[in-house]
Design a protein. Structure first.
Length: 428
């Protein structure tokens, strides 16, 4: 064995442990994201909220991502990926811990603040972890590694739902008639027990995030040699430069619409199932959301395999075109066939986020950290386009409202076919 082979082998071993640790982060933030779906129902019951008020759970969460992605980028530019990850884990731990005083005070606004802190931590994690995976190895396999890492995200999503079902939901749901027969002290005790149900799961999550931050601090990470431009640009000049790079700018817009498509379909899956299958209950309809997450999980691993033989941009375009067909079926056939078409669409959504992310970061050199934060900010598409879909549903029907994710998939297909191309000139 020659010296170069030995050095290559040692380099791979040095990167293996950091890569495994970073992949575990994708599981953690997947669990945190889907616990929100449980919290919306739990808080609506415990605090007697309107739909708008309970929906503020997602608003607080998305705002945390939106406002802290750029500060995360600034930290990464000044320090390194490892520092950004540790800060993210500490904020995640702090936000989860704040659920305890929020429950003790029984204050909904306090919970929203805690969620904002959690999301700010996750913004650091995603801004650091996504690009770190792409550069922690050969550039030729960057999209493969990111898809492999993202494959563990839906496993975390499913875990979040199960944690909520078994450790937060009590199964006790008093209707108005039952509540009217209870004493004031009995009603107060009932609502308090529902509020306190979130304490233990989030304290456990807080502890796990804190332990991970310590682990990351102790493990030695390889130094990554990134392409340098010869001078250290300010954040403003970096943003200005990035916005002239066509394939990156289109990736940001495409990521915005992808997040819109995903959140639209998942947020309204239960409503669509109840609309399409007469007599089905909320509990039964929720199974289709679980099936969707399972389909996404399988799709992530399958997509990682297919990417060995099909270029990432081509696979992205193929999957987007298939989803155009599936969502059209959902629009034209609001029945069991339409429900399953939307469930299956999650399989083909599986590679979209990580693939758009890696294509957008292609050949950005020392602008990668700032570019990553912009792509993370595009997650706000999930909040905006879901509201648009809700408006369309109000004036038409939930099946017709699926036109919103259909348009999103058309734009994703166009990016996979044309928009991903890196131009030699930054002029538009």
């Amino acid at each position: 064995m020659n010296k170069d082979s030995i050095n290559s082998s040692n380099s791979q071993k040095l990167m293996l442990i950091p890569l495994v640790l970073i992949i575990s982060l994708f599981f953690l933030w997947g669990m945190a994201n889907n616990l929100n779906d449980i919290l919306i129902s739990q808080f609506k019951k415990a605090f007697q909220l309107t739909d708008f008020q309970s929906g503020l759970v997602q608003s607080a969460f998305y705002l945390g991502y939106f406002f802290f992605a750029l500060p995360a980028s600034m930290v990464l530019r000044k320090y390194n990926y490892k520092t950004g990850i540790i800060i993210g884990l500490l904020l995640f731990s702090l936000g989860a811990f704040l659920f305890y005083p929020a429950a003790q005070n029984a204050t909904y606004g306090f919970f929203l603040f805690a969620l904002f802190v959690i999301a700010s931590g996750l913004a650091f994690l995603e801004t650091a972890a996504n690009p770190y995976v792409t550069i922690l190895g050969s550039p030729q396999t960057a999209a493969f590694r990111l898809n492999l890492a993202q494959a563990f995200n839906p496993i975390g999503c499913i875990t979040g739902i199960l944690v909520g079902q078994y450790f937060i939901f009590s199964g006790v749901e008093h209707d108005e008639a039952t509540l009217s027969q209870m004493s004031p002290s009995g009603i107060e005790a009932y609502y308090k027990s529902e509020i306190h149900a979130v304490e233990t799961p989030y304290l456990v999550i807080s502890t796990v995030a804190l332990l991970f931050s310590i682990l990351f601090a102790l493990v030695k990470f390889p130094k990554i040699q990134e392409q340098k431009s010869g001078k250290k640009d300010s954040l403003f000049s970096s943003l200005s430069h990035l916005w002239k790079i066509k394939h990156f700018k289109l990736a940001v817009f495409t990521q915005f619409f992808y997040m819109g498509a995903q959140v639209c379909i998942w947020s309204f899956m239960i409503r669509y199932a109840k609309f399409s299958i007469p007599g089905i209950s909320d509990f039964e309809a929720a199974h289709y959301l679980t099936f969707s997450l399972i389909a996404l999980t399988v799709g992530r691993f399958a997509g990682t395999f297919f990417m060995k033989y099909i270029k990432p941009n081509k696979l992205l375009a193929i999957y987007a075109i298939i989803n155009i067909v599936l969502v059209f079926i959902g629009i034209s056939s609001p029945n069991l066939i339409g429900v399953w078409a939307l469930v299956i669409s999650s399989f083909f959504m599986s590679i979209m986020y990580p693939t758009i992310f890696s294509l957008g970061l292609n050949q950005l050199g020392n602008e990668t950290k700032t570019a990553s934060s912009i792509l993370v900010m595009a997650i706000v598409g999930g909040a905006i386009l879901t509201a648009v879909m809700g408006f369309v549903s109000d004036i038409t029907s939930i099946s017709m409202a699926m036109i919103v994710p259909l348009v999103c998939f058309v734009l994703i297909a166009l990016y996979g076919l044309y928009g991903y191309k890196v131009k030699n000139s930054i002029k538009l």
